[in-house]
Design a protein around this ligand. Structure first.
Ligand SMILES: [Zn+2]
Length: 383
């Protein structure tokens, strides 16, 4: 009983879950409920590693944590297998919205790759429509509980495949039916955004926004290509932009006991890092996922080595996200709690990170302003 409690609960005396949140980077096929996977797998005759919801949830988390990319990717084989029918897509999308709302999310963008859901003969347009119907039903279900949420689709092309143009056209075709942006996902290393240059040009010509996964499994070259070839308005993760930043501490400043605000030494940004910071390109940081996938391994070992704090302190447009809630076993509330525990973030920090996300949302200006006002009011009412 005399031992100090090292991992005390966060020093915040309010309910993190109830804070209004904005989720910009959350994969549909990485956020299913285990019980739903079991139901849908039974309906389509797909064999799972377990048919017990708790054990299956653990299997997903352990596989994602195993350090083996093969095991990590195998997790998506199971979620994608049960998302090949209109019924499956509808249910997953509807529950996705309900789960976001339960996490306090008031605006979310859900990304998914239509080309991965055609195994049973559905067309690209049919799968987008099935997802939109599910999202709409989810929004309605949330409204029935007296809450509000808005969710948009980020139509994603797989990097290892060759359907970028087709998927870009699909996204633009559905811009008035729920599609708010475009992304490329999957193996980053070896698959530069430049491979999709024509698709990104098509999107730009149609004034359709893109976020691009870059700076997660690959470094600065990938980020550069996302910005130049992809005309990315946001970077999926983007965390390895920190490789273009040098921080020198002078001896006196590096004494222990400095608080977080002045613990950053002399910071020098390369041209690419300057561009990303100075232009306010949003970084869709996913703390737990970044740790699991080794995206931040070059910066040190634990979550405390995540460069997100340094990036945030020196003015990058940092947003906080979950990536794959099932595989990482996290919610956005958990990720906020992690930041409070790790970096001593307070309410002002959480508000700033949330407003960053609201302002980076692929929404028209007037809707963004309304979202910002809603968030500001909710935080003001906490005081
Ligand atoms: Zn992602």
């Amino acid at each position: 009983m005399t031992e100090p409690i090292l991992d005390a609960a966060p020093a915040l005396d309010f309910d993190l879950k109830s804070l209004p949140k904005v989720s910009l980077h959350d994969h549909l096929d990485g956020g299913l409920r285990p019980a739903t996977i079991i139901d849908l797998a039974e309906a389509v005759g797909h064999t799972l590693p377990s048919t017990d919801p708790v054990a299956l949830g653990e299997w997903f988390r352990e596989s994602a944590d195993s350090g083996s990319l093969v095991r990590y990717l195998e997790t998506f084989d199971h979620t994608i297998a049960v998302m090949q029918t209109k019924e499956g897509l509808f249910r997953v999308a509807k529950e996705f919205v309900e789960d976001l709302a339960d996490d306090g999310v008031v605006y979310g963008e859900v990304r998914w790759a239509p080309e991965q859901h055609l195994q049973n003969g559905l067309t690209l347009d049919e799968v987008v429509e099935a997802i939109q119907a599910g999202l709409d039903a989810g929004v309605d279900a949330v409204a029935e509980t007296g809450r509000e949420i808005q969710v948009g689709q980020l139509i994603t092309a797989m990097r290892h495949a060759d359907r970028g143009q087709e998927i870009a056209e699909l996204a633009v075709r559905h811009r008035n039916n729920g599609a708010v942006g475009f992304d490329i996902a999957g193996a980053e290393d070896g698959f530069l955004p430049a491979r999709f240059r024509d698709a990104f040009t098509y999107l730009a010509q149609h004034n359709f926004p893109a976020t691009v996964h870059a700076g997660e499994a690959a470094g600065l070259e990938s980020i550069q290509s996302a910005l130049v070839d992809g005309r990315a308005l946001r970077l999926g993760h983007g965390v390895r932009i920190a490789e273009d930043i040098t921080v020198e501490f002078d001896d006196e400043d590096s004494e222990e006991g400095d608080n977080a605000d002045d613990s950053i030494g002399m910071v020098t940004l390369g041209e690419l890092a300057s561009w990303v910071r100075d232009r306010g390109i949003a970084l869709e940081i996913c703390p737990s996922s970044n740790l699991q996938t080794g995206a931040i391994a070059g910066f040190g070992e634990g979550i405390e080595s995540h460069p997100l704090d340094m990036l945030y302190q020196i003015g990058f447009n940092v947003t906080i996200n979950t990536d794959n809630r099932l595989m990482s076993g996290v919610t956005l509330t958990d990720e906020f709690e992690l930041l409070v525990e790790t970096f001593d973030y307070d309410l002002d920090d959480l508000l700033e990170l949330t407003l960053n996300a609201a302002e980076a949302a692929f929404l028209p200006l007037e809707e963004k302003e309304a979202l910002v006002e809603y968030i500001n009011d909710a935080y003001a009412n906490l005081a």
